[in-house]
Design a protein around this ligand. Structure first.
Ligand SMILES: [Zn+2]
Length: 225
């Protein structure tokens, strides 16, 4: 089947035992109901599996809602779909740049209003290695986060370990963006497969009340090249 668009997956696969964030426990994936034990419940030849996952919110590629940072901020259930889906996407490429804090000059002359702004740093190449969490990952500098918020960005994403420098306990990028109600997506991957512009971006978590962060299947839809 020939389509005039392609869907580009930019999220990591979640699996049992996988570490996303240093110090946080990995997901534990088990059967609540195994196929074997389901045989006694259904008709002969009919079986099901019901899985169970125990995980922290910050697992795999995930979206932070304002509630992650602020008790009075919108939680996952309070997010408007228009802030998560069918957004005009923009990829900002900083692969190979030595400076860790992405400077505001990187965004010069770009129209950010209403956009999902995704920073392609290439850090995802280190996913599930020691180097992923070695504390030297690229991040969005405070002045850049301010500029994104002022310019009306709808969502901000990054393929790095954290959108902030983990050495800065005030977490300025999280604080600035989430205060303004701008969701954040971290641990994206494969952003090199997306065009710079002219695509739609989706990163939709489950509507959980009183919860701030949740894994997403993040993807872009772009015209076939
Ligand atoms: Zn975060």
């Amino acid at each position: 089947v020939k389509r005039d668009y392609e869907m580009i997956d930019v999220s990591h696969t979640v699996e049992d035992g996988m570490i996303t964030y240093k110090g946080l426990p990995p997901p534990v994936i088990t059967d609540h109901l195994s196929r074997e034990s389901s045989k006694g419940i259904y008709s002969p030849g009919t079986e099901f599996q019901i899985g169970k996952i125990e995980m922290v919110a910050n697992t795999g590629t995930y979206l932070d809602s304002p509630f992650h940072r602020y008790a009075d901020g919108a939680d996952l259930a309070g997010l408007d779909l228009s802030s998560l889906a069918n957004l005009d996407g923009l990829v900002v490429r900083t692969v190979g740049v030595q400076e860790r804090g992405i400077p505001v000059a990187t965004l010069a002359e770009l129209d950010l209003s209403g956009k999902a702004v995704l920073f392609h740093t290439g850090w995802d190449a280190r996913w599930r290695t020691e180097g992923y969490s070695d504390g030297t990952h690229p991040f969005v500098a405070a002045e850049t986060a301010e500029y994104l918020a002022r310019s009306g960005a709808a969502l901000v994403g990054i393929d790095s370990y954290n959108i902030d420098d983990t050495k800065d306990g005030s977490r300025p990028a999280h604080s600035i963006l989430l205060r303004r109600g701008i969701p954040i997506v971290e641990h994206l991957c494969g952003l090199g497969e997306l065009p710079d512009q002219n695509f739609k971006f989706f990163a939709v978590p489950v509507k959980v009340k009183g919860f701030g962060t949740f894994p997403v299947r993040a993807f872009g839809i772009a015209p076939t090249r």
